[in-house]
Design a protein around this ligand. Structure first.
Ligand code: HEC
Ligand code: HEC
Ligand code: HEC
Length: 282
């Protein structure tokens, strides 16, 4: 009896608690191979995006001209929208299901009555097909085609003078950071001061990576800029004093960890996580 009770409760809980969240789960699937044809480097122009702008322009054009009572142009945009929508539906075979040609044609017919209320109502069905595909694919398309990859970047370690992959360098930086904090925790201030020098030179070497993706030098104000300089100076001062102040030491460590490591991770690492999944051999 008790077992059934538990199973029943588990069943109810499962249905109420798990189902609704599942409906909102987001799956970041790698975009279909055939989409690559419409993006650099395969295509010089980002043809997929250009196609989106065409559809969006004609879609908006219908309503703009309805408001202006420029009915000749309403009809033109309505026809062009159907034409471009059909064309788009043939570009990526894996995505064909997202398109509803009938909904596009029904919208065009409604637009051509020149009744803005009818056009508005008929636009819903078509608009939904755009929205569904955007919700399911825009994030992955951005991660794949808009974000440069850190996995192709190499860094020369100023200590060993060896060139290593970016993620390996992160591991090296991380250990150097621990060399400072662990030794300090053990009250081995001399060792911590030595480790700090190594860590600082490795950390500041990250500056050499920014220009692989950024053209302006302005971005170097962040993560590897003045805040980091100040934190390193503060740490050095504590470690070289007769009686290092733990409060001041940990405050500067926290500062480096936050504005140096964490803030850069928040901006740059999310897309790396996604790209990494797709790069794993199947
Ligand atoms: C340029 C901005 C940047 C800064 C500054 C930075 N990181 Fe990273 N870090 C990254 C990126 C991007 C990745 C993901 C790399 C990848 O996917 O190959 C990463 C990955 C890591 C990893 C995981 C490595 C692995 O093998 O996947 C660790 C650990 C790490 N960082 C530690 C740190 C620490 C500690 C600091 C500060 C002392 C720091 N990082 C500063 C950008 C940065
Ligand atoms: C089969 C999938 C799919 C359908 C259907 C679709 N889109 Fe898109 N759309 C995308 C993707 C993917 C992006 C992101 C492209 C990028 O940023 O590289 C996008 C981006 C856009 C953008 C933004 C472009 C930019 O410069 O950032 C607009 C505007 C747009 N779509 C309009 C529309 C309209 C209007 C419709 C319907 C009539 C539509 N889309 C239907 C996949 C779709
Ligand atoms: C693998 C490429 C890559 C590397 C390496 C890289 N970034 Fe970025 N970063 C980007 C992209 C992409 C964005 C999004 C906006 C853009 O393109 O500027 C961005 C955004 C930023 C932003 C947000 C504000 C802005 O200008 O867009 C800052 C600040 C920044 N990066 C700083 C840095 C610093 C400092 C370094 C070096 C320590 C660095 N980045 C290294 C690719 C990179």
């Amino acid at each position: 009896m008790r077992l059934f009770q538990i199973l029943f409760i588990a069943f109810v809980f499962f249905n109420f608690a798990v189902m609704p969240t599942q409906a909102k789960d987001m799956v970041i699937k790698e975009p279909p191979k055939s989409l690559s044809k419409y993006y650099p480097p395969v295509s010089k122009q980002p043809k997929w995006i250009q196609q989106m702008h065409k559809m969006s322009g004609h879609f908006g054009g219908v309503f703009l001209n309805l408001k202006e009572k420029d009915f000749e142009n309403v009809d033109k945009h309505a026809d062009k929208l159907v034409e471009e929508y059909k064309k788009t539906s043939e570009m990526v075979p894996e995505w064909e299901e997202y398109f509803d040609i009938k909904a596009a044609e029904e919208f065009a017919t409604a637009a051509k009555t020149h009744d803005i209320v009818k056009a508005g109502k008929a636009s819903g069905g078509l608009g939904k097909t755009c929205g569904k595909c955007h919700a399911e694919n825009e994030v992955s398309v951005w991660a794949k085609f808009h974000w440069p990859s850190f996995h192709k970047i190499k860094v020369t370690d100023p200590v060993s003078e060896k060139e290593v992959e970016f993620d390996e360098y992160m591991g090296i930086i991380s250990s150097s950071f621990k060399g400072v904090t662990v030794n300090f925790g053990e009250s081995q201030y001399g060792r911590a001061a030595k480790a700090l020098k190594t860590f600082k030179s490795r950390f500041m070497e990250l500056k050499s990576t920014c220009s692989k993706c950024h053209t302006g030098h302005d971005v170097k104000r962040f993560y590897v800029g003045k805040d980091a300089d100040n934190a390193f100076a503060g740490l050095s001062q504590e470690l070289n004093s007769d009686k290092p102040n733990p409060g001041k030491f940990w405050k500067n460590i926290g500062m480096l960890g936050k504005t140096g490591c964490k803030h850069c991770h928040l901006v740059h690492r999310t897309n790396s996580f996604i790209q990494e999944m797709w790069e794993q051999p199947e």
